[in-house]
Design a protein around this ligand. Sequence first.
Ligand SMILES: *Cc1c(COP(=O)(O)O)cnc(C)c1O
Ligand SMILES: [Zn+2]
Length: 374
Amino acid sequence: MLSHLECARCGREHDADAVQNLCHECASPLLARYDLTRVARPTTENSLWRYRDVLPVRDPDPAFSLGEGMTPLVPLPALSRALDATVLMKDESLIPTGSFKARGAAVGVARAKELGIEGIKMPTNGNAGAAWALYAARAGIRSVIAMPEDAPLITREEVEASGAELRIVPGTIADAGKAIADVDLFDASTLREPYRIEGKKTMGYEIVEQLGWRVPDVIVYPTGGGVGLIGIHKALLEMRELGWISGDLPRLVAVQSTGCAPIVRAFEAGEAESAFWHDAYTSAFGINVPKPLGDFIILRAIRETGGTALAVTDEQIAADRAECARLEGVFLCPEGAATISAVRALREDGWLSADDEVVVLNTGAGIKYPTVRL
Ligand SMILES: *Cc1c(COP(=O)(O)O)cnc(C)c1O
Ligand SMILES: [Zn+2]
């Protein structure tokens, strides 16, 4: 059961039953905390709501769910042979709205509704805006979404179709954020809202449950705002406290594109935070985030688990996208393909060994990117 919100930087506690954005003290993201002595095992629901005791929605409405979550964990035997690695894919392409942003949106919108919020606003690289606009429509609340002009066209259309107000902005997601700064609605942008991460953390619960309540050696995550990576780490820590897992946590790996790699640069320099990445560009739009608000939490999660951060080129991403389709019949999104490029690079330099069990996240459906060339 949700007990309070805790600042990820200074630890100050905040009331979880009031509407909150950032820490009142230091303007950092807030993390949901639970009374973990009162958590039952997952239910049998075939969605992320099976973990309801570690979700923030006090009274989930079963009629609200679109069936988000419980995506398959798929072995990739041919690709594993080709890479001399052991790779499993958590396949988020099979989720409502075609990307794992549906997890954050389902939980975030449900909690916003429960708190009486009448409308949300957010900047997005596409998939988050699409997911939040569609779930907001389902919940009957308003949304204003701002998107860079080169975000995938299909995500624009999802937003428009939902009845949300859409603003197209030149530049990056950082510029889109500025464009709606004066809109007087609840700010649901990445980590300025405490509950999106709670939806995304369920990927961590599912991976562990699907492996029979044990952890893999490594989890490789395409990192933009880093919500999924922070969420998976949070889930692992919660499960350890619950006694559902024991021993070392998986090493968490953040993958970025060489066209936008603020976390990699900070990791390599030993910094606690990232610096703004100028002229960011990658065809893996979901990870084109020049300065993630939660950079310090991402870096902490990577370092605490003995993980790493690395950047891969858009050319390598395209090549691995084709390779995975050819060898496995799986058409990854570019962000998902970046995780394969990362496994390739980490295996080549010996950071990964052949018998490390590696889970990669395919964060969305390849078919959402009809204009990204192979
Ligand atoms: C948003 C997004 C990401 C990055 O997610 P974060 O959790 O914000 O780092 C990766 N892949 C896709 C397809 C996305 O839409
Ligand atoms: Zn604080």
